[in-house]
Design a protein around this ligand. Sequence first.
Ligand code: HEM
Ligand SMILES: *[C@@H]1O[C@H](CO)[C@@H](O)[C@H](O)[C@H]1NC(C)=O
Ligand SMILES: *[C@@H]1O[C@H](CO)[C@@H](O)[C@H](O)[C@H]1NC(C)=O
Ligand SMILES: *[C@@H]1O[C@H](CO)[C@@H](O)[C@H](O)[C@H]1NC(C)=O
Ligand SMILES: *[C@@H]1O[C@H](CO)[C@@H](O)[C@H](O)[C@H]1NC(C)=O
Length: 532
Amino acid sequence: MAAPQVVAGESLVSKVTSGNALILCGIIGGLYLLDFLLTPRLDPSEPPLLKPSIPLIGHIIGIIWHQNDYHRIVHQKHPIPIASLQMLWGKIYTVWDPQLAQNSLKTRNLSFGPFVVEFAQKSFGLSAETFAKITDNKDLVPNFNEANHAGMQPKPLHAMNATAFNYISRTLDKVSPGDEGGVAVPNLYLWIRDVITFAAAHSLLGKENPWENNPSLVEDMWTFESNLPHLLTKPFPAITVRKGYLARNRLQAALGKYYTAEHDINDPTVAQLTRGRAKVLRGYGFSGFEVAQAEIMLPVAAMTNSVPVMYWLICNVFAKPALVDRIREEVLPLLEKGSDPDPDVVMVNISRLEKECPLLISCYREILRLLNQNVSMRRVLVDTTINDGKGNSYLLKKGVDVQIASGIMHRMQGVWGDDVLEFKPEHFLPPTGKSAGQAEKEKAKRNAYIPFGGGQHLCPGRNFAFAEIIALCSALVVGFDLPPVGMGFEQMKAQPAILANAVAKPVNDGEGLGIKLKRRKGWEAAKWRFKN
Ligand code: HEM
Ligand SMILES: *[C@@H]1O[C@H](CO)[C@@H](O)[C@H](O)[C@H]1NC(C)=O
Ligand SMILES: *[C@@H]1O[C@H](CO)[C@@H](O)[C@H](O)[C@H]1NC(C)=O
Ligand SMILES: *[C@@H]1O[C@H](CO)[C@@H](O)[C@H](O)[C@H]1NC(C)=O
Ligand SMILES: *[C@@H]1O[C@H](CO)[C@@H](O)[C@H](O)[C@H]1NC(C)=O
């Protein structure tokens, strides 16, 4: 079978003014000539080649222009299982079939490691000397991965859950029982951002975490996070990405003090995950400040996606009062009162909610289905053949990059049914009855659902995220009313997909949607506490 060639991609010509048309024609003519000379020759068993509509660079422009959404645009035109996209004279593979995606994530022959190394220098602004410590030590990245896994074993994870729980309890305790009008929260998104930022900072870095005494680092954290793609791609970031650059400097300075004081080693309230990762870096001769430079990424990973997931869960659930009632019915019988000497304590066992509140859990998973648009990136380390379980297999050649866009699989009508763009609270309820093909359908859904990536790089924070999000959400549903202020919950729009985020954020940092946080009747004095 010869690899078929098809033209794909958005035409950008219409977006360019006519004054530049002549120059453009010249450039495009030149590109066609180059294209003729440079089109990659594929092995017949490689994925079929999709040539861009603008020769050589069309897909590159498409990805820069449309970011994570580009995969969807190309797939819509070419609903095939897997493709090779030509990029200049090279190519990347893009995987769209769920089974092929699962197999690509699972095999160790495809790795995320090379990207970590390539991104590190520019994302963290490392000196050549520090960067050399990463590139010279081939086992640094594998050991670092190991620390990620070890830090998320049940015991250390339990300690992290508990710290985050305390923070959420403290936040809810502040809503005064006597305050009939409720606490005004002018921007729901920023409120959640603060709660989760402090909770995660405390869980990961312990009581000495720099955020505790310097709340302005919250803003810095999110400024850095949103500028990460620019820091990575723009020349002279100190000038061109000034705000992000300065925010990064302040965060690294604050974390630098933290790691130089060796709190990661000496403070027992620090998470195993944080300690283990820093220990690996210290083992390769990183100074406290150098550890801080790289570990700026840990709080980013822990906060970037949990915050929008929490936010969209609340917006979508509280937009439907009848749904809030149904979830409340589910949660109510599981609350434990009177188990604590303090009669006002209401204890929530998160593990029980996981098992016994199918609708709440279904809503959580549905938000992850709908809002996740992560593109997992892998590099092929050795020639590898992946198959789709239906008799087709594809050769992936060493050195080529592979992209797997969760958003496409999460919205396949063949798997999820119609209305894939809608929030359907019942989507993940366990199937009732055994209709024909039920098992097949469930398996197809499991295959096509990858909100946390997969394989070796499966998100190590997924259970932690679950615990903090379900904790806050369950307490709000039972103990509070949150009438929206400014606009309805359902009116908030998500930002277009951008490259460094797995989960879409609300436009304009959620400006315009606030709430009143009011205690519900009968729960005025409740002290919300959580356990696993
Ligand atoms: C709902 C919230 C979250 C979502 C949707 C999410 C999603 C993801 C995804 C898609 C990946 C990449 C996997 C891949 O490339 O295949 C990832 C990696 C990662 N996540 Fe999360 N994550 C969340 C919360 C967290 C939290 C709370 C933490 C830390 C406590 C965390 C720490 C990490 C780390 C360290 C990695 C890198 C793993 C590696 O490269 O081996 N994440 N996450
Ligand atoms: C932390 O919470 C999550 C969600 O309940 C749970 O899956 C995980 O096991 C918890 N950690 C421990 C050890 O309790
Ligand atoms: C929470 O509930 C689970 C059962 O789902 C139980 O095994 C566990 O012991 C409970 N946790 C605590 C701390 O009581
Ligand atoms: C992974 O690479 C090894 C060679 O290092 C090869 O034997 C194996 O077949 C590859 N795995 C797949 C799924 O192709
Ligand atoms: C996918 O998610 C991971 C974890 O949040 C992130 O590091 C990575 O940049 C995301 N990929 C893209 C292309 O959005």
